[in-house]
Ligand binder design. Sequence first.
Ligand code: PHE
Ligand code: CO
Length: 288
Amino acid sequence: MEADLDTTVSNAPKPRLRGDYAGIGPDYATEQRWDAYSAEAHALWRRLYARQMKLVPRYACDAYLRSLGALDVAQGIPRFDDVSTALYAATGWRLVAVPGLIPDLVFFEHLANRRFPVTCWLRRPEEFDYIVEPDVFHDFFGHVPLLFDPVYADYMQAYGKGGVKAARLDALTFLARLYWYTVEFGLMRTPQGLRVYGAGILSSGGEIVYAIESPQPRRIVFDLERLLRTEYRIDRFQDTYFVIGDFAQLIADTAPDFTALYERVRTLPVFAPDAAAPRDALLPAEAS
Ligand code: PHE
Ligand code: CO
């Protein structure tokens, strides 16, 4: 899930949002209506799931794999309420069904209160390989397992609180980049090698291999200021990834008050998605 932050470099006109926004509450929560999913939808979920399960054991970080193994979602689109109960017991988070993208502040308020918004609808079969808007497969398969990790779960809440504050400081462009390059497209350097923790990669059949093994993208050792200055694209594989050590380091690096940092970054030039900066510490691709 992400907020509807339009801070990308793509000039494409914004498509009308998919999803049924009738009957939502002020927090955009809706009913999942699990019984309304068709047999075809569950079958498509199983195909998406089976494809990713061939990939994640090789490419995903351990915390993700541990949690995914404990979730029983191979057979079809899961019931959010069941998972929510288990998730609440593990880390105090809950899932909230939403029709699709939601306004920034609504999204941040959910995260700040340890609620994760999950889109109800599933992509069409012809979108099997790539989808720009998050659907239930991306939101669930990509995001939900890591919410069972206590340290990651705390980072997500801190991000939500940071979002409320960034909105006040007119700094959402910068904070959106942090979400993009960590929660959605983050890589992690582990003793076993480079691994994926970003949901946008974990739910993608093509990008998960590319992110770890392609010589094409830049893999920059996490550098908060560099990251906040780096634009991103939502419509193709990423040109740049930022690599953390572990979630504790991510929390520590993002814990300081961003107020002064936002002011400084505002005065500095941005980096295009594929730009090189002299001070970048780069990591090589993994051997395939
Ligand atoms: N430390 C940030 C601030 O003061 C809040 C934040 C924490 C933002 C974690 C993102 C992630 O604004
Ligand atoms: Co997402």
